[in-house]
Ligand binder design. Structure first.
Ligand SMILES: [Zn+2]
Length: 305
């Protein structure tokens, strides 16, 4: 069988390498190109440069598969649709791709006037270019086959995609930087659900793949280690949450953010990471956001019984 190629495009987010990836898949001998993740609107220049290195222009991108609709994964999808690509997304995320107003408004509440420089423009995807596969409904593109796997936990509308021996794990498979046997999980609001995340890990364990490719960042050949680390990190976070909330049920959010960030920094230091590497992990996955997500999960799910 002809070989397909998978190329990691480094989107060089905020001038930092290895923070956000888009994965380019080129069918052997075939036309066109498939991307897993578009990246945000702010990194289009890096995306174009990465494609150019492969002899491609954005107009050659025929299909974009999004793991979920968060800005760092899906922000540039509308722009790629304008260049002619079809965009694939989870059914629950689809309305926000057609009309991103609510998504942009809620991100603006978080990022304020840093919105533009961080994320750039988020254009809507025209309805006739938006494809909404069901869970485990095979996506066939020429001789390429992708299997979307419903994997909530990080977000309700999250797919991991299986392709040949690779699992493109989006954010549900955690965040790692090449060269370090260390993983963190992005527990952002508003949909963080630790119990569902555990279910998603069980689901992925039932599938067969030899490599795993989180969007943050790179293709790794130890998927079992990675899934186990995600589960451990979920358990650790839940313990932190229970302890923090039992000590002070009305803990101010600023204090929780600080305490969680400190805890993560200590953990990184214990693992032998330099300050620079810890900063890189924080850029790909801000710990303050995870504190927000955890506290919201506590109020919405855990204390609701
Ligand atoms: Zn995300």
């Amino acid at each position: 069988m002809a070989q397909t190629r998978i190329v990691t495009l480094d989107l060089n987010f905020q001038g930092r390498p290895q923070a956000i990836a888009s994965y380019l898949i080129r069918p052997a001998g075939g036309d066109g190109a498939v991307l897993i993740e578009s990246g945000p609107g702010s990194t289009l220049a890096a995306l174009e440069a990465g494609l150019a290195k492969e002899g491609l222009s954005p107009r050659d991108v025929t299909h974009v598969l999004l793991t979920h609709i968060h800005l760092d994964h899906a922000g540039a999808a509308g722009w790629l649709a304008r260049q002619g690509a079809e965009i694939y997304v989870h059914p629950v995320g689809a309305p926000h791709m057609l009309n991103p107003d609510k998504l942009i408004a809620s991100a603006t509440r978080i990022y304020g006037d840093r919105m533009e420089s961080l994320w750039g423009e988020f254009l809507p995807v025209p309805e006739d270019q938006l494809k909404v596969p069901k869970d485990a409904e095979e996506i066939v593109i020429g001789n390429l086959r992708f299997l979307p796997i419903n994997t909530p936990g990080h977000a309700e509308h999250h797919y991991a995609y299986l392709f040949e021996d690779v699992c493109f794990s989006g954010d549900v498979g955690g965040v790692r930087i090449p060269g370090y046997q260390y993983l963190r999980i992005p527990m952002v609001p508003p949909e963080l659900h630790i119990a569902r995340w555990h279910e998603s890990m069980k689901r992925l364990r039932q599938e067969k793949f030899a490599r795993i490719a989180p969007t943050h960042f790179g293709i790794f050949d130890d998927p079992e280690w990675q899934l186990r680390e995600v589960e451990k990190a979920l358990d650790d976070a839940e313990r932190w949450l229970e302890q923090t909330m039992s000590e002070d049920p009305s803990i101010p959010i600023e204090v929780a953010r600080e305490s969680f960030t400190e805890w993560m920094t200590e953990q990184g230091t214990e693992m032998g990471l330099s300050e620079d590497v810890i900063a890189a992990y924080q850029l790909a996955n801000p710990p303050g956001m995870s504190a927000d997500g955890l506290l919201r999960y506590w109020k919405k799910v855990k204390s609701a019984g």
